[in-house]
Design a binder for this molecule. Sequence first.
Ligand SMILES: [Cu+2]
Length: 65
Amino acid sequence: MYNFQVNDMTCGHCVATVEKAVKSVDGAAKVKIDLPTHEVEIESDEPAARFAEAIGEAGYSPEPK
Ligand SMILES: [Cu+2]
């Protein structure tokens, strides 16, 4: 289970974009996003760095928590 803080995720569109980025790394990943706290929770066997990279490429700044 990985937790990222993504402070530049500000609306439903951002949530969808981040979710898509996560699924592009692992289609079977479980992802939970809380917009008010800007938290992204990911359950996957892929390494955390790959998710950080994909979210970054989508235009956001994930900080590991
Ligand atoms: Cu947005």
